[in-house]
Design a protein around this ligand. Structure first.
Ligand code: HEC
Length: 134
């Protein structure tokens, strides 16, 4: 059982790297390796840096359209010019989850393949645990 989960994690990680590669975005170091409590700096920020920041920083098309700057925790929590994207403790009410899960009209990353499921689960757990700057 233990062996199987290691293999699965390996496949998911390879999948994550393939997604990033195909999208021309940067792969992330620790995708899907997390266990236990989630950390903004280790589990969330690298995902945003690898898959989102290229468009969500000043000059990027996501930022220009919505004001959402994903370079920092403060930027993520501030949300867009239309409102917050993360509701601490409530991942299912957070637009961020709806967007990365493809449940909204838009899907993020914009015009790219969805994030690997395990990466989305990590973000879900991080929000559930209070969306802390940890
Ligand atoms: C290729 C560029 C690009 C990438 C990569 C990208 N986005 Fe976006 N994002 C956009 C654009 C463009 C919009 C505005 C779309 C619109 O309103 O038509 C947007 C809008 C958003 C919004 C606001 C949606 C709303 O309801 O107003 C959120 C939240 C968001 N992106 C999150 C993310 C996250 C999280 C990632 C990484 C997983 C990401 N984006 C990756 C381009 C991008």
């Amino acid at each position: 059982m233990k062996r199987l989960s290691v293999v699965t994690a390996g496949l998911l990680l390879a999948d994550g790297l393939a997604v990033a590669w195909a999208a021309g975005l940067a792969p992330i170091p620790r995708a899907c390796a997390a266990g236990g409590g989630m950390s903004y700096s280790e589990d969330v920020a690298p995902v945003l840096r690898g898959w989102c920041v290229s468009c969500h920083q000043p000059g990027g098309k996501g930022f220009e359209k919505t004001g959402l700057d994903l370079r920092t925790y403060e930027g993520l929590m501030k949300g867009t010019t239309f409102g917050p994207m993360v509701v601490a403790g409530k991942p299912d009410e957070s637009n961020l989850m709806r967007l990365v899960n493809g449940e909204a009209k838009l899907q993020m990353p914009f015009e790219h393949k969805p994030l690997p499921a395990c990466v989305r689960q990590n973000i879900w757990s991080w929000i559930f645990e209070g969306a802390k700057n940890n």
